[in-house]
Design a protein around this ligand. Structure first.
Ligand SMILES: Cc1cc2nc3c(=O)[nH]c(=O)nc-3n(C[C@H](O)[C@H](O)[C@H](O)COP(=O)(O)OP(=O)(O)OC[C@H]3O[C@@H](n4cnc5c(N)ncnc54)[C@H](O)[C@@H]3O)c2cc1C
Length: 627
């Protein structure tokens, strides 16, 4: 490496971890917000000083502890975030009996350390889920104690890397606020010497236990939050005021005023920073209107309001989509899975992953049959592309899990996925909505073959209600074949459906956003369009354009959109049709996570509409959502 430039020399000696475009969702307890340009987690105090002195003078720098009092807007932060937690972690008792604690140490650890050394007074720190640096910056406290009551002196590092000590007298210290009396250049807390009375360690541990139990019973700790959002106004409590206005439970997107503690706003799944900030304003306005009291935020709100393009609209050109690829953040392509369609999913996922990587997206393979979905959160994934088919992928289960984890995902939500997967219930919904569906009856072990044949005629189809890709389907041409067909279908699902044969051709309509793509006509070389024809054979013929006249093509597209809308479909999908010999279309079934292999139909229809495979994949990803 050429080390003639000072910057390069400094980079070479740094020992910490520098990341670019780091999502601040990973570093804030609200699990929301945009990305920061650069994030540096120093190896130790010396390393931090080296890093700071090498930064350009105009670089904005912000210290972040555990992000438990921080909202980073969706547009993210320009400049550098210094991650103190896990970095500045020294904690010791010095020769004068003072505790020296560095800024990255968690409050709870400080409380336990004090108890271990029979020092009393630090117990309150156990209830504050932040770092000592954050506590010093906020003058954090609870149950009558505040951190600055115990500070003898603090250690700070200036923006240019100079180390200094300061006394409390140099600061204006108030309720949840601390500022230097004299205006000086920017600086960050890196450590503090704290003085606690000597006491009884067991008693302290009991106090900590009681304090934590009290918090668990009174705070919504099961959902991401940032503690009390508003400062208590003089002589009153923000929580009481909010509750008196009747707005507990008020929602904005995935953000909600907690039902358990009115001064908490929780991320109940997929909340954006914008959702949270708008809810904060709504609470302030309501309290002001009803009580005349202005609530001020205790949480720090920083960053750009400009929202990075998370959803690509239906019309952008491919250049702008590619430009936005980095804004998707870290993307998991979920594929494989444990359904009967695993093999197809592996192919779909590989194609999707390759397309995302070609487009510059930070995409990674993720097989939920091997890995726990919780890792998506632990590893800081920003969204998931679902390339799973069949059960546990297309049926609402994985969608439900992602909702709970707050990870935006592609395609339909829980209900539409479950309905789309169920060939019986989706037909009931379409029938109720006035759409034409082939006649059908449900089969069980008591069904009388003669009656079924009498109702539906021959040939007829027998299929499991909840399998995709034509798994377990038989075409029954004679009454005596019905029982065997039922036995085959019931191996795959306890709900089995028999359906009238409609012989004028098979068609499918892909849907992207709110747009129906050109119709495809399917001409299988074998009996019907089964699993083998769909994914394995090369002699199935697809016609796109379909050969239908314009009126019929338009009608089928209209029915497809209607069928997709009736089941609540989102993002993308496919609706399959049968055509009667007299030219009437019947809605057959929905696919809410269609195949993306080289044989697949959505990419084929997209191509016909002038949308490349890579662009299609980006558009589907652009529709990722929660809720
Ligand atoms: C469930 C829950 C309960 C809470 N209960 C309480 C409570 O009882 N009492 C209370 O006071 N707070 C409470 N909080 C809020 C929060 O934990 C505290 O404000 C805590 O001190 C923040 O520490 P942090 O490390 O997470 O700081 P962050 O949220 O990371 O940062 C907060 C602010 O401090 C600045 N900062 C962080 N580190 C430094 C540093 N080293 N030098 C200079 N500035 C820095 C940041 O730039 C930011 O402006 C609670 C939060 C939660 C989620």
């Amino acid at each position: 490496m050429n080390m003639t430039e000072p910057g390069q020399f400094i980079e070479a000696v740094l020992r910490g971890k520098l990341t670019q475009a780091e999502s601040m969702r990973r570093h804030t307890s609200w699990r929301a917000g945009g990305a920061v340009d650069r994030c540096y987690q120093p190896a130790d105090l010396d390393d931090l000083r080296v890093y700071l002195c090498g930064l350009p003078a105009n670089e904005q720098v912000i210290a972040v502890g555990l992000g438990s009092n921080l909202l980073v807007r969706d547009g993210g932060l320009r400049g550098t975030v210094l991650l103190m937690h896990g970095a500045l972690s020294e904690l010791k008792l010095d020769s004068c009996g003072l505790i020296y604690v560095q800024a990255g140490v968690a409050g709870a650890k400080l409380a336990r350390f004090a108890a271990l050394h029979n020092l009393s007074g630090a117990e309150f720190c156990a209830g504050i889920p932040g770092t000592v640096g954050g506590m010093l910056a906020m003058n954090a406290g609870c149950y009558g104690s505040e951190i600055w009551q115990y500070v003898v002196k603090v250690q700070v590092v200036t923006r240019s890397g100079e180390l200094m000590t300061r006394t409390p007298q140099e600061y204006d210290i108030g309720y949840r606020s601390v500022s230097l009396k004299l205006a000086t250049p920017e600086e960050f807390f890196v450590g503090a010497w704290l003085s606690f009375e000597s006491g009884d360690g067991d008693e302290s541990r009991q106090k900590i236990k009681a304090l934590l139990a009290k918090r668990i019973s009174s705070q919504p700790l099961n959902l991401p939050n940032a503690g009390s959002v508003f400062r208590n106004p003089p002589g009153d409590h923000a929580a009481r005021l909010i509750e008196s206005c009747g707005i507990k439970g008020l929602r904005m997107g995935g953000a909600q005023v907690s039902e358990k503690h009115a001064n908490f706003i929780v991320n109940s799944g997929g909340a954006t920073a914008e959702n949270i900030e708008r809810l904060i304003s709504m609470v302030q306005e309501t309290v002001m209107n009803q009580t005349g009291i202005q609530l001020h935020t205790e949480v720090k709100i920083i960053g750009d309001t400009k929202i990075m393009k998370k959803s690509a609209s239906l019309t952008p050109d491919s250049a702008s989509l590619t430009e936005d690829a980095r804004a998707f953040g870290k993307v998991a392509v979920l594929f494989g899975g444990s359904s009967a369609e695993r093999e197809v999913s592996l192919k779909s996922g590989a194609a999707v992953l390759a397309a995302l990587l070609r487009s510059g997206v930070d995409a990674h393979a993720f097989d939920p049959s091997i890995r726990n979905l919780q890792s998506l959160v632990d590893e800081g994934f920003d969204r998931a592309f679902i390339a799973l088919h069949g059960r546990f992928g297309e049926d609402g289960t994985v969608q439900g899990a992602l909702e709970l984890l707050g990870i935006p995902y592609t395609g339909s939500g829980v209900m539409a996925s479950a309905l789309g997967m169920d060939k019986w219930r989706s037909k009931l919904v379409w029938q109720a909505g006035g759409l034409p569906v082939p006649d059908f009856v449900m089969l069980d072990e008591h069904s009388v073959s003669t009656d079924v044949v009498h109702t539906l005629g021959l040939p007829l189809f027998v299929k499991p209600a909840n399998e995709g890709s034509s798994v377990g389907i038989s075409k029954v041409k004679a009454e005596n074949e019905l029982q065997a067909a039922y036995a085959e279908a019931v191996r795959h699902d306890r709900l089995v459906i028999a359906e009238r044969f409609i012989g004028g051709g098979e068609y499918t309509v892909a849907i992207l956003g709110k747009q129906a793509l050109p119709v495809i006509k399917i001409e299988p070389a074998n009996e019907f369009y089964d699993y083998e024809a769909k994914y394995l054979r090369d002699d199935t013929r697809y016609q796109c354009p379909s050969g239908l006249d314009v009126a019929r093509e338009n009608e089928m597209q209209r029915l497809a959109i209607l069928a997709f809308t009736l089941i609540g479909g989102q993002g993308w999908g496919r609706i399959d049709f049968l055509m009667s010999e007299s030219g009437h279309p019947y809605v057959l079934e929905a696919n809410t996570s269609p195949g993306m292999t080289d044989h697949s139909l959505v990419p084929m229809a997209a191509r016909q509409a002038g949308i490349s495979f890579d662009e299609l994949v980006l558009r589907v990803l652009g529709g990722a959502h929660v809720g």
